[in-house]
Design a protein around this ligand. Sequence first.
Ligand code: ADP
Length: 207
Amino acid sequence: MNIVLLGKPGAGKGSVSEFLQKEYGLFHLSTGELCRKHIKEKTSLGVEIEKFISSGQLVPFNLIMQILKNELDKNVKTNYIFDGFPRNISQAKELDNLIKVDMVLLVDVPNHIILDRISKRRICTSCHKVYSVDNVKNNTCLSCGGMLEFRKDDNLETAKHRIELYEQETQPLVDYYKNKIFVVDNSGKPQETLKKLKAITDIVFQK
Ligand code: ADP
């Protein structure tokens, strides 16, 4: 089973992925995380993509495809959660050439809630777990004790730009995937979302 997650920046694709990983043993592949890893490790790809990420632009097609293919080559090409990929129709077509997308989940949250969540988002510099400042103390990761930091591209201006970019580039994928898409509302509490999500995935996984 390969699942594509759609949703604006800050919609909670990471939390949904975590649930799917635990519940169904799927492999989480986040292109954003892979990009940040390349930048941190200063690989040649990392040096090339840094300016796009920090200004909230999409990484150019050829570079993001290299990053994705490098990762897919390491594993059997099934049981993935694609988080942050595809982000436009060209990427979706390319993904269709590489693997079979079985199901698409759109994580849906209104913009005003998203901007509030992004302003509170912190990420662990060691294990990359994501938190809200409301749920942590001393800027420390509850999972590994690592230091939490504010993502450079999470400032208000860049976040607004990323939401606009999503609306222009990524939203058309809802129609592209219309035969296999499910919408899960994530504007409420995490437990409520997980309940709605489980109702969807239990049906799909038992098919
Ligand atoms: P968010 O969902 O909050 O935007 P991500 O971690 O998915 O965060 O992505 C962070 C950044 O990484 C994006 O703004 C973009 O610059 C780059 N990126 C991630 N995935 C892709 C992709 N599929 N195509 C182009 N750029 C990407």
